[in-house]
Design a protein around this ligand. Structure first.
Ligand code: DC
Length: 222
């Protein structure tokens, strides 16, 4: 069974998707980390983020791998080619370039194929932007998470503070809104809710409440 969780940046997808996977005892797949891994590789290899042919080539020839301990829901590492990029995929330079890289058709084609390979073989909670619309349109459970821009900026600011980065909330919100606009207006697989997705506005809800709601939907779909 595939549980598809889509939504904009900082909507709580990762926290919620991981908790749902743990509760159901199935795998979590972070597809954003895959776009980030290709972006990191492009920066590392000096490939320009507008060189579509070279970017698609990198994505095709360097499969993204996740390491899972036996029976574990959450990956302990992300690798691309011979590089362990677990920490690097969160670097600010990757943040800044990932929207451009993820808008490239050839990159998306390679990664969607890889996502189907990784999640097709076993029950998975897959999170991203196009899981319910493009990657797994027949997923049994589809959830689209939203939260107000203020709430998302507040959460992202707390995350950044926990990593030792002090940033103004206004600046965080402006950056999130810029990335959302880019991700929702790109020509290929834009960020949008599938017509049959359950919309969950998480503003004012606890993580526990959101996880409970998705676990209930998933159990009902079994
Ligand atoms: O979820 P995230 O912030 O780690 O995603 C990073 C970027 O990757 C995001 O700006 C949009 C892109 N992305 C995508 O286009 N499709 C996905 N399925 C997942 C992420």
């Amino acid at each position: 069974m595939i549980i598809a969780i889509d939504g904009p940046a900082a909507s709580g997808k990762s926290t919620v998707a991981k908790a749902v996977a743990r509760r159901l005892g199935i795998r979590h797949l972070d597809t954003g980390a895959m776009y980030r891994a290709v972006t990191w590789l492009a920066l590392h290899e000096g490939v320009a983020t507008d060189d579509e042919v070279a970017l698609a080539g990198l994505a095709r020839t360097h499969p993204v791998e996740f390491d899972y301990a036996d029976g574990a829901s959450i990956a302990t590492a992300v690798r691309i080619g011979t590089h362990d990029v677990t920490a690097a995929v969160r670097f600010p330079e990757v943040d800044a370039a990932v929207s451009a890289v993820s808008a490239v058709a050839g990159v998306r084609a390679a990664l969607v194929e890889r996502q189907r390979e990784l999640a097709g073989a076993q029950d998975t909670v897959a999170e991203g932007r196009d899981i319910g619309t493009v990657v797994f349109p027949s997923a049994k459970v589809k959830v689209y998470l939203t939260a107000s821009a203020e709430e998302r900026a507040r959460r992202r600011k707390l995350d950044l503070a926990a990593q030792g980065h002090a940033v103004e909330q206004d600046e965080v919100q402006a950056r999130l809104e810029r990335r959302d606009t880019y991700d929702s207006t790109r020509a290929i697989s834009p960020l949008e809710a599938a017509a049959d997705a359950t919309l969950l506005d998480t503003t004012g809800l606890s993580v526990e409440q959101v996880v409970d709601a998705i676990v209930a939907l998933s159990r009902a779909a079994l």
